[in-house]
Design a protein around this ligand. Structure first.
Ligand SMILES: C[S@@+](CC[C@H](N)C(=O)[O-])C[C@H]1O[C@@H](n2cnc3c(N)ncnc32)[C@H](O)[C@@H]1O
Length: 349
């Protein structure tokens, strides 16, 4: 991520796991962007104290200094990542401390007139101005603001594009999602984020195929969206998903199946734990088949190591050869050492 941003003319400044700040070398109106940038905001400085009240007074003083009539549409507060995503069950997003602090800060922001409407960590809309507060530690705050881009503006980075519009409307770039009941696996959230970010128009009763479906988290999300799901995986599927009337399990490796299995499907999801080249070969054989009815695909490319991202331009040009359009790449907030890649196919209406 740092390499991406440094190449855009920024210089490294304060830096902790999950939070990297940069100084701009030249005046710019563009925030850093890229496939590894979860979200970005303009810094208003760090606040480091021993207790909440003192920090809050500094925050209010700083906001008074910068604006005659500054008012934010949203207030987003989140803790920096304290571990790599998925490591020891770590997931990005808010926690109890953040929620308690968020409520207390929000009350003051509203009473001081800095926040238009009460509430914190509500999803922002395009053009909203958002006050951002990252908890480096509970009493060490990084404060800033950003405006949510109006259009799905695509940041171009080395032959790839990564739309940040939607992630920049979510608190800390993490999609807020609270399913009404426990879900099969964390892949449920990853799939939800990927689907939202892709902006694919998934509709009820369409057919999605998922390669690498076990234990069934992503399939569960697709079923919740009303799709019929075919899950391909030699491994077992959780009974909750397996017994769903709209789910079919094909217990096999995708490469061993005849192409006709994929005919009639609208969307292809791939989340198999194999190398990117193998994933691409599997997808290529499916989407370039003349009987393909697919409208688009969302695939996870597991990176063997960070350096392997250098191959991304080669992967993208291979995907373009399939006739895919609107190719987008991003490390999802819930993604581990992997990239999410979305592309539309010719049969899209
Ligand atoms: C990260 S897990 C998938 C998680 C799953 N998407 C979910 O939502 O719960 C990776 C899966 O890929 C499967 N897999 C690996 N190679 C495969 C192949 N060639 N065809 C189908 N599945 C494969 C593995 O059996 C494993 O269950």
């Amino acid at each position: 991520m740092q390499r991406e941003v440094l190449s855009q003319g920024w210089r490294l400044a304060f830096n902790r796991r999950g939070l990297v700040s940069f100084k701009c070398v030249q005046p710019t109106e563009l925030l850093p962007r890229g496939i590894f940038v979860r979200t970005a905001f303009w810094g208003l400085g760090l606040i480091k104290g021993n207790e909440f009240q003192g920090n809050l007074e500094i925050l209010v003083g700083r906001l008074r200094e910068i604006g005659e009539a500054i008012q934010f549409d949203r207030f987003h507060i989140w803790p920096r990542d304290r571990a790599p995503v998925g490591h020891n069950d770590f997931e990005p997003g808010d926690d109890r401390v953040t929620r308690d602090l968020g409520k207390a800060v929000e009350n003051v922001l509203v009473s001081e007139g800095f926040l238009k409407t009460a509430g914190f960590n509500r999803i922002a809309e395009p053009r909203h101005n958002v006050l951002d507060l990252v908890l480096v530690d509970p009493f060490h705050w990084a404060v800033g603001w950003h405006s949510v881009p109006q259009n799905d503006d695509l940041g171009v980075y080395e032959h790839t594009v990564s739309s940040m519009t939607l992630p920049m409307s979510w608190p800390g770039g993490v999609q807020p999602l609270t399913p009404s009941a426990p879900v099969v696996s964390r892949a449920y959230f990853k799939a939800a984020e990927a689907i939202a970010w892709s902006r694919f128009d998934l509709r009820k009763d369409q057919v999605a195929i998922e390669i690498g479906a076990s234990p069934g988290g992503a399939s569960e999300r697709l079923l919740h969206l009303g799709l019929h799901v075919v899950g391909i995986d030699p491994a077992e599927i959780c009974p909750k998903v397996l017994n769903h009337p709209s789910f079919q399990h094909i217990k096999a490796r995708a490469g061993d199946l005849p192409r006709r299995v994929f005919t009639g499907a609208d969307w292809l999801f791939v989340d198999s734990n194999v190398r990117p080249q193998q994933t691409l070969t599997t997808v290529e054989n499916i989407v370039t088949h003349r009987g393909s009815t697919l409208k688009g695909f969302i695939i996870t490319l597991k990176l063997p190591c960070l350096e392997s991202v250098r191959d991304l331009p080669t992967w993208i040009s291979r995907i373009k050869d399939w006739g895919a359009q609107d190719i987008k790449v991003r490390q999802l907030a819930r993604g581990k050492m992997e990239l999410c890649l979305a592309g539309r196919l010719g049969s899209v209406s």
